[in-house]
Design a protein around this ligand. Structure first.
Ligand SMILES: *[C@@H]1O[C@H](CO)[C@@H](O)[C@H](O)[C@H]1NC(C)=O
Ligand SMILES: *[C@@H]1O[C@H](CO)[C@@H](O)[C@H](O)[C@H]1NC(C)=O
Length: 481
């Protein structure tokens, strides 16, 4: 059973009488927010850093302490403990954050008025990126969304699983109580800083695994008590909320890969090829789940690199490979599973847009990467410091306005009605014909879904999931802590 009870806390905002001005009552105390201006110049209210829970390290969360004064909610609170990643190899890694980090932020274009009938606005809850191991909510300033009648909630949540910390710092990981006791005695900095990320030593690189954090302990208010894939497979959950999934055509153009591509280092190429049987299973996360990782690696190398080495001419295939394995593949496979249970409509959108400014620019790949990782976030949020924010004269402004209009219509109606261009008949996703839509290279909107690259990934991975990678789907590992 997946329990979503914690989300109820988020409804406090409308359940309580709200005074004039910007002091509002929450379930736990009053907060005073501030105002800001949306992209199109509309005033909106923001309430930052509202505690939604408190927790001892690795312990289940409980309600936050109530407060009697008026909480100043005009500044973001710090992120949860993490290592600050840098793109420079020689820069020392730095620690950021605090363990008292269970806070949320509410943004709204309107406040309910006393004695007036409340028209409830749709609420979008945004889960910040970072693979469950990095980043925080404050990066996502929803000033583009605030042009629409939508409430946006962002939040911080604890990062990295206990076992992973334990493995890093030499705590016993076989026993839950012993592990927690050992971790409890450490300085938080010492838990976070042993991770190695963004180092150019590709054989040592640590990769984000994007796994859900599951609370197998049966505690009250647990957010997720079972591997969600298992819940789906056993038909214990249905899909009651319409779902729009976006697939970046080259979503595998992630900073790590970009860095690899932009380093013109023959030694690196040699190292990559010599160690490919070690690197691929780790990076693509089948080291443990594959019945024989070498067979999977061989099939991948045959399909994407014609069985030869990775070289300058074909290195971009790595991007397509990662796109499928990390991003579009899991979305489509989830869509296929959801199709078999009770499901609200699902909409599939492939993004192939080449932005004037995207993640590619940061690495010297200007104007060539179609739908890179994170570019779609930059159309939704002025996402600094990686992106400078979208200038009104840029072609990206048009795309961003179109996309936000589309997403807002979906948030408001559960149906993406505000498409643009000629193509109007966007059918919900159906696994039989993989119906969907696409934002093209030039920002046009069309029925082109899925892409040939995607079909190729599907053709390779669908049989792998039935055979060599079957354990991923048949018996998802039950990581208990
Ligand atoms: C809230 O905190 C911020 C940052 O410390 C400060 O600038 C602001 O004046 C405070 N607001 C109130 C009402 O105290
Ligand atoms: C996909 O198949 C379904 C069911 O047969 C049908 O309703 C839908 O119109 C089809 N979509 C496309 C884009 O062909």
């Amino acid at each position: 059973m997946i329990i979503f009870r914690n989300l109820l806390i988020l409804t406090f905002f409308f359940a309580n009488a709200i005074q004039a001005g910007e002091i509002v009552s929450t379930k736990f105390g009053k907060v005073q927010g501030s105002t800001a201006t949306s992209r199109d110049g509309r005033l909106f209210h923001q309430f930052l850093g509202i505690p939604y829970a408190k927790a001892e390290r690795f312990q289940p969360p409980t309600n936050p302490d109530s407060w009697t004064d008026i909480k100043n909610a005009s500044v973001y609170r710090p992120v949860c403990p993490q290592m600050l990643v840098t793109l420079g190899d020689s820069e020392p890694v730095k620690f950021a954050g605090t363990e008292d980090c269970l806070n949320l932020n509410v943004f709204t274009p309107a406040l309910p008025q006393p004695d007036k009938t409340m028209a409830l606005l749709p609420v979008m809850i945004w889960f910040h990126g970072g693979g469950g191991e990095m980043e925080g909510a404050s990066k996502y300033d929803p000033q583009y969304y605030m042009d629409f009648d939508i409430v946006v909630v962002t939040f911080d949540a604890r990062l990295v699983k206990a076992k992973k910390f334990g493995t890093k710092v030499g705590c016993p990981v076989g026993d839950r109580a012993a592990l927690f006791e050992c971790l409890k005695g450490k300085r938080i900095e010492d838990l976070v800083l042993p991770f190695h990320r963004w180092f150019n030593d590709i054989t040592e690189e640590e990769f984000l695994k994007f796994g859900p954090s599951i609370e197998y302990v049966n505690v009250e208010n647990a957010f997720m008590t079972e591997n969600p894939f298992l819940s789906l497979k056993e038909k214990r959950i249905s899909n009651e909320v319409p779902w729009l999934f976006t697939l970046g055509y080259q979503g595998g153009f992630v900073p790590y890969m970009a860095k690899l591509l932009s380093t013109n280092d023959p030694d690196l190429e040699k190292k990559l090829n010599t160690n490919i049987r070690k690197i691929l299973p780790r990076y693509l996360d089948y080291e443990v789940t594959a019945s024989d990782p070498d067979i999977v690696t061989q099939k991948i190398m045959d399909e994407y690199f014609d069985g030869g080495d990775i070289n300058e001419g074909n290195v971009f295939q790595l991007v397509h490979l990662i796109t499928y394995r990390f991003f579009s593949g899991p979305s489509i496979h989830s869509g296929n599973y959801y199709y078999q249970v009770d499901h609200a409509p699902m909409y599939a959108l492939m993004i192939k847009y080449v932005p004037a400014y995207g993640i590619g620019n940061t690495f010297g790949y200007n104007g060539v990467v179609e739908g890179a990782a994170m570019d779609d976030q930059s159309y939704q949020f002025p996402w600094k410091p990686l992106f400078p924010g979208i200038d009104k004269n840029s072609k990206d402004y048009t795309l961003s306005k179109n996309l936000l209009g589309l997403l807002a219509s979906f948030i408001e109606n559960g149906k993406p009605t505000k498409t643009w261009g000629e193509f109007k008949d966007w059918q919900p996703y159906d696994p039989r014909n993989k119906s969907g839509a696409s934002i093209d290279k030039d920002g046009g909107f069309s029925a082109y879904f899925p892409s040939d690259e995607f079909k190729r990934g599907y053709a390779l991975f669908a049989p792998l999931y039935k055979n060599e990678l079957a354990s991923e789907f048949q018996n998802p590992t039950k990581e208990t802590f």
